[in-house]
Design a protein around this ligand. Structure first.
Ligand SMILES: *[C@@H]1O[C@H](CO)[C@@H](O)[C@H](O)[C@H]1NC(C)=O
Ligand SMILES: *[C@@H]1O[C@H](CO)[C@@H](O)[C@H](O)[C@H]1NC(C)=O
Ligand SMILES: *[C@@H]1O[C@H](CO)[C@@H](O)[C@H](O)[C@H]1NC(C)=O
Length: 303
């Protein structure tokens, strides 16, 4: 898909801009940074939910149909974006999932992302277990202390962790499996404006926790047009050529608050480089004419 490739060109130039000062020592096939840590939901999950009791399982075809390892817990036919970032940064292997916490190779980074999870703890709870953003940060704390043990001290560990890239994308489920999801009460409590405010405030605190654990170079992904996702066009009854306006507006509201929050973090936290990734515009291409077919299927908690 040409649109996808163009999007990646834009995204990578942003990410590599962040890491360009590492290129001078990158030689041969060694990665441009020593480690990559990944946080998020099903967009980035590469197997964490396999360890959980959840409806968000993807360990069957057609997931993985184009992947040499088959279905691996990625919500994708092949690699996902987190894998692509690892690949383009020059990592030889995909970043291993945290799983139940037993991953043995963690010096090159860990993927904590969990399908169905959100910024808020209650998000996705009707789907079963998931590593919420707070739990992902808790899991990262465990890994950071293992790294400190490996390197022989907290100081050297935080120096090391400051050299890593952190890729963070979350928020879709706070809308799709919370605010606009059936069985959740947040839309009765908050206006869209108040809810976006709550999400971004909570997210800021979470990003600050990540910083306190040593993170400095953090790529924070905004939301794409959720209202154009085939499954949600289906759920909310948008026709082939249109999208669900309220979902796209929610994404824009969230994104604009997030985009304003990051420079504030950068100003307040010495050495922090939180970079906003404008996914909404990167992914702006009209995909209606590209030949996607939407099949009617039984959807969880809506019939
Ligand atoms: C969310 O859960 C974490 C632990 O998983 C807890 O520390 C935090 O206080 C909870 N947040 C709220 C708002 O309940
Ligand atoms: C909303 O739902 C959450 C999760 O089930 C629950 O903890 C909370 O008490 C509810 N709030 C209201 C106002 O009903
Ligand atoms: C997207 O493309 C389709 C087919 O090419 C066209 O019918 C539709 O009007 C376009 N939608 C927008 C929002 O541009």
């Amino acid at each position: 898909m040409a649109g996808g490739l163009k999007a990646w060109g834009i995204f990578l130039s942003v990410l590599l801009g962040v890491v360009s000062n590492w290129q001078h020592w990158a030689r041969g096939s060694s990665p441009q940074v020593p480690c990559l840590f990944v946080f998020g939901d099903s967009v980035f999950d590469n197997g964490n939910n396999l360890a959980l009791d959840t409806d968000v399982t993807v360990d069957y075809l057609p997931y993985g149909v184009d992947f040499p390892y088959g279905s691996t817990g990625r919500c994708s036919n092949g690699v996902n974006r987190a894998d692509a970032i690892a690949d383009l940064l020059g990592f030889e292997n995909y970043i291993p999932p945290f799983g139940k916490g037993n991953c043995r190779e963690f010096m090159g980074g860990v993927n904590y992302a969990s399908g169905g999870s959100g910024i808020l703890n209650t998000t996705g709870y009707l789907l079963g277990q998931r590593y919420t953003m707070d739990l992902q940060l808790y899991n990262h704390k465990i890994i950071a202390s293992r790294i400190a043990k490996e390197l022989g001290g907290a100081d050297v560990a935080s120096k090391y962790l400051g050299q890593c890239i952190y890729a963070v994308e979350i928020g879709y489920n706070d809308y799709l499996n919370n605010y606009y999801g059936e069985g959740y009460n947040s839309s009765k409590i908050y206006t869209p404006e108040q809810f976006a405010q709550l999400l971004v405030q909570t997210y800021e605190t979470q990003l600050e926790r990540l910083y306190n654990e040593g993170a400095r170079k953090v790529a924070v992904f905004g939301l794409i047009r959720m209202g154009c996702m085939p499954a949600y066009k289906n759920i909310f009854g948008a026709d082939e050529s249109s999208c669900v306006d309220k979902l796209n507006q929610a994404a824009q509201l969230f994104n604009s608050k997030l985009q304003k929050a990051l420079p504030k973090l950068n100003a307040n936290l010495p050495g922090a480089i939180f970079t906003y990734i404008n996914s909404y515009e990167i992914d702006s291409e009209n995909v209606t004419g590209l030949g996607f077919k939407i099949y009617q299927y039984e959807l969880l908690s809506r019939s």
